[in-house]
Design a protein around this ligand. Sequence first.
Ligand code: FES
Length: 107
Amino acid sequence: MKDYELGNSISDIFEMLPEKRIKKVMLGNREIGIVRVGDKVYGFHAFCPHRGASLISGSVNLSEEIICPLHQYRFDLKTGQCRSSDCSDLQTIPCQLTEKGLKITIP
Ligand code: FES
């Protein structure tokens, strides 16, 4: 497990992450996606567990699900659970917004 920190304050993170705009982040050799919804930030493995499409060009709906751009499977951003088929779940990456910025924990 390894922690990474982004930014220096909550406002840095809000500026860096416009709402629902998915951003790709390289941490070590891991490519992850992060997205902010309101005052929550979610992290996830950048590739879809279905057929490996990049989720960086996916979208986020009102139910806080990420939608894969290739076959439109939906994954719960909080749990990674696949909501539209019996596909494997998406690996989520814990993100914590603090006064000092964003802490991302790679399992
Ligand atoms: S590759 Fe993502 S839903 Fe098929």
